[in-house]
Design a protein around this ligand. Structure first.
Ligand code: COA
Length: 161
């Protein structure tokens, strides 16, 4: 039986931090479904469709990754994909409390679903999509944080292309 994991998030936009988790996740799972949340509480810069396209673009050629969107409860979506594991990246202690709370809630309403936390690699521990957006909007260098396709899309959003 194939080991499938769901990697959910806002991905507004995807960064090298997320890509690092996906790459390492593929050493554990046969398939990863990158699931872009439609009903995120956050004010997104990119539409859901744009975020999906950007992720597909940077992951093209990686046959074991699919990109999808979801709305409603994450655990319902995970079950609908025939998966049993949610992957989440942990960056700092400050992420822990929030992630722990969500994982506990998810496991109490969907007992058969596990959350796997992966430590974000050291060089991406300070990264977030918001910080990348802020640096880009101020015309800073974001080459070390996102692939070229994402940089292009960000610059275009900010009228800097
Ligand atoms: N490296 C660098 N940055 C990372 C990272 C990594 N490995 N992993 C996450 N981040 C950053 C993201 O860029 C993001 O930055 P931002 O806040 O500036 O946008 C931040 O960490 C956290 O984002 P993300 O991982 O996308 O999580 P989220 O909090 O935006 O989304 C959902 C969380 C969508 C998975 C969650 O809200 C959910 O499951 N919602 C569905 C509804 C539901 O089931 N609710 C019940 C839960 S109990």
């Amino acid at each position: 039986m194939k080991k499938i994991a769901v990697y959910p998030g806002s991905f507004d936009p995807i960064t090298y931090g997320h890509l690092d988790i996906i790459k390492r996740g593929l050493t554990i799972f046969d398939e990863i479904v990158v699931a872009v949340a439609r009903n995120s509480q956050k004010n997104a810069l990119f539409t859901t469709e744009e975020r999906v396209e950007l992720i597909q673009d940077v992951l093209k050629g990686e046959g074991r990754v699919t990109v999808d969107t979801f709305s409603g409860l994450l655990i319902d979506y995970v079950a609908s994909r025939g998966a049993h594991v949610i992957i989440r990246g942990l960056r700092a202690i400050s992420d822990f409390e929030y992630e722990f709370q969500i994982a506990q809630m998810n496991s109490s309403i969907g007992r058969e679903i596990e959350t796997l936390f992966m430590m974000t690699s050291l060089q991406y521990g300070y990264l977030s999509s918001s910080i990348v957006k802020e640096v880009c909007s101020l015309n800073g260098d974001i080459d070390n944080f996102v692939p070229m396709e994402i940089k292009k899309a960000l610059k275009s959003k900010y009228g800097l292309a």
